[in-house]
Write a protein that binds this ligand. Sequence first.
Ligand code: IPE
Ligand code: IPE
Ligand code: MG
Length: 254
Amino acid sequence: MTSHTLKTLPTDVDPHNLPKHVAVIMDGNGRWATCQGLPRVAGHRRGAKVLKELLRCCKDWGIAELTAYAFSTENWRRPTEEVDFLMVLFERLLRKELAEMHREGVRVNFLGDLSELPPSLQAEMHRSMAETANNQAVRLNVAINYGSRNEIARACRQVAEQVHRGELTPDSVDEKLVEQHLYTTGGHDPDLLIRTSGEKRLSNFLLWQMAYAEMYFTDTFWPDFDRTAFHQALLAYQNRDRRFGGVGKPALTA
Ligand code: IPE
Ligand code: IPE
Ligand code: MG
């Protein structure tokens, strides 16, 4: 099946049981490029196109929110040339794609400690968030310089400061309050996590928010993740019984 035949939601997917929020760990760009005899950065360039296409697919198929892991707090350990390339790529993409995303009703948000990013990139990020803040068609969150442990430690720090100032008492600290101090505050928790490239770990991504996410792992490298691959992930998701600690769906046969 070629991608263009999947313009609308495939008929074997139940439109009433779609994940509202999909998170993706876009992994395998480097290995994809190496397999093609290309430099690693060619994989990142291609990976960006795949994200754009997946966002469009979410919109076409009625999935309201997509969160993508683009750069972790640990990715600074990579060679400087690769890190620099990624920073320039993020900025170039924002400049190039924002107008079209805005026209298509995309609301863009960034998760992570943006203050450590190059100032010109930060400026583009803040501009994109402000410009698209009222868009309703689909929500795109991009995690850049994001790490869950950093996010949770930051939330603890902010709450501690409020207690210290006497604005809060320790016993008013509950899950809801912690959630309000996360980068993702105001959004829904992901229903489905997809990680490409065969790795089966979270790599410090949305540890709090994915307490009850369904996880789907595929060997496909991110640059090859197309509508057909997404279709497979949705079918797998719809086969899961999400119990949330309860007893699940009643058996069909008595
Ligand atoms: C994911 O692909 C993209 C980023 C982390 C920016 P990788 O660059 O991790 O690709 P592999 O895992 O080395 O193949
Ligand atoms: C996770 O991928 C981060 C992103 C996709 C941005 P990595 O390739 O950095 O993860 P590890 O190092 O294999 O766990
Ligand atoms: Mg990787």
